[in-house]
Design a protein around this ligand. Sequence first.
Ligand code: SAH
Length: 301
Amino acid sequence: MNGEPIDNIRHEPVMVEEVLSFILERARHLVVDCTVGDGGHSWEILGSSSGTYVLGIDVDDEAVAVSDKRLISGFKGRFKVVKWDYRELPEALARFGVPRISGALLDLGVSSRQIDKAERGFSYWAEAPLDMRMNPAGQRTARDILSESSEEELERIIREYGEERFSRQIARAIVKRRAAEPILTTENLVEVVINAVPPRARRDKIHPARRTFQALRIAVNDELSRLARTLRRIFSLLEPGGILLVIAYHSLEDRIAKNVFRELEAGGDGKVRTRKVLRPSEAEIEHNPRSRSARLRVIER
Ligand code: SAH
């Protein structure tokens, strides 16, 4: 089961078996793939469940175009993709006149397509302007944040969203550097970070700039501020027996999902189906190293 690649980049969907095992448990007439990306999960769902209609949404024009082209012909009449923000999913469904859904999948984070397109500025290993907007119509770029935020604000972003030990040193170095010359490219930022951290951190397995890049990406796209509310809103759209699946890639997102699911269960509204968070198998990590940090949580209404 695989579509023809549109170009040489293809995002590999993560934890497909695990996702399908929940989706296929019962008849599900409408599943919303809230982060359709290249349509990897949608493809698998449509291919293994002939009674399911999938609505795919994404804020990224390219993701909308790619998934549309890839899926629309093979699954005519069962797939539709729209450019929309999943934080406004209830409004989108109201527009389509859909009252209830059978399932929703949120595959948080960035797609390989976005990472691999160096010019979008997500990657510390490829020189590009510091953009990092998932929605190219978004307001602020990473460059704006780096040039406009106070040192305290930068420190908070890098510490909270990057869980970076050396946030103070890095924030200080950014402010110092930008007073001399603007930080415009990924390479400029990598250099600032590498010089700010102690030498032992430069020898870490994890690239010293990785956490700072993650932090900026989260800030640019405002990824966490409304996540808890969004999860509650999406959950409230589920029909009885409907499921919400969340794949997180860092502990901040995962903690939010865990807490919201617990609250919903404690309130008697749902049942957490993943007592223990699910991780990709060793085989999957070996085959697709980018799946390494994925964590799946599922709640049923
Ligand atoms: N599951 C997909 C990959 C998803 S990657 C696949 O298998 O192909 C995550 C996607 O979420 C990206 O394409 C990104 O643009 C999108 N995204 C990020 N924030 C979003 C938001 N607020 N609303 C809708 N889509 C979003």
